[in-house]
Design a protein around this ligand. Structure first.
Ligand code: NCD
Length: 307
């Protein structure tokens, strides 16, 4: 049986193309499972997973929890706002206390880039990164690439434009690593202030004109402006941003081909994407959400299989 090469899922940077393919093959099977009348399998029956969220989340937290329950794991949930973190406890102490209650796997979202790498050096449990600040969000990239593969047959050779706040988006970085490992061409598009200067050293194309990016790509992944992470003003107003970088029906209809529209959520309707585009036949946004459960089941199943 093929095995995942890493003990943890800290980022896409750390895993191999074979790992990604293995996640996809496993997720194909789990997707069949979750569409059956009985959606549950006993694969993680003796495993206890803690979902530790130091940042807000809707989709990712629910998706992980559903995936754990479909795999019959025991689940405990922790959110920082209602915990002893507000009383001054450190990250390592918080997690060590949770692990003292015999937890095997930790799914964590944390505002500090690299928090998971730090934690993996201090605790024994397996760690899955559910988003570390502006750094990586590996399961999002896996479910995004899985959704492209499902829609277009493969990822290899496809042209993917990632549009929006590249500087503050962990989805962007994980997507770049994942899509490149799978042989796609990647372009980032947005205002100069929201594209890091070093980004072309990762081998991505850079474009500041949305229409040029849309004409180039097979898939456009529209990202949210991460206002909560922006310490200064990066553009004059959201209205101006949406005039220049928002995807609306008029722009989509002016292309001489059909492209696939993606968004990791949460959507800001009328800013990066209009409602008629988000809800159109071009959009696979809800397929991404559905696939998220199967992909997360695959990741946890493969990690648990290493013990
Ligand atoms: C993303 C995140 O949290 O990084 N959302 C998600 O996990 N589905 C993207 C975002 O917040 O814009």
């Amino acid at each position: 049986m093929k095995k995942f090469s890493q003990r943890h899922l800290l980022g896409i940077k750390e895993i191999t193309t074979d790992d990604i393919e293995l996640v996809f093959e496993t997720a194909d099977n789990f997707k069949t499972v979750i569409n059956r009348p009985i959606k549950k399998v006993p694969s993680l029956r003796d495993i206890t997973v803690a979902n530790i969220f130091f940042e807000n989340s809707t989709r990712t937290r629910i998706s992980f929890e559903l995936a754990q329950k479909r795999l019959s794991a025991d689940v405990v949930n922790f959110s920082a706002s209602s915990s002893s973190v507000t009383k001054g406890e450190t990250l390592v102490d918080t997690v060590k206390n949770i692990l003292a209650m015999k937890v095997d796997m930790v799914v964590m979202r944390h505002p500090a880039p690299g928090a998971h790498i730090f934690l993996s050096k201090h605790i024994d449990a397996q760690i899955i990164n559910a988003g570390d600040g502006t750094h990586e969000h590996p399961t999002q990239a896996l479910l995004d690439a899985f959704s492209i593969r499902e829609k277009l047959g493969s990822v290899k050779g496809k042209k993917i434009a990632i549009v929006g706040d590249i500087t503050h988006s962990r989805v962007a970085l994980s997507n770049i690593f994942c899509l490149q490992k799978l042989g796609a061409e990647v372009m980032v598009c947005g205002p100069t202030t929201l594209i890091p200067k070093y980004i072309s050293s990762l081998g991505v194309k850079v474009e500041h004109d949305l229409m040029k990016a849309l004409n180039w790509c097979d898939v456009a992944n529209m990202l949210r402006i991460q206002l909560e992470r922006q310490d200064i003003k990066y553009f004059p107003s959201l209205r101006e941003y949406s005039m220049l970088y928002g995807l609306d029906k008029k722009r989509l209809d002016s292309l001489d081909k059909e492209i696939v529209i993606m968004h990791p959520g949460p959507i800001n309707r009328g800013v990066e994407i209009t409602s008629d585009v988000a809800d159109s036949k071009h959009s696979i946004i809800l397929n991404q959400v559905e696939n998220g459960v199967a992909v997360r089941m695959a990741v946890m199943y493969l990690l648990a299989g290493q013990n």
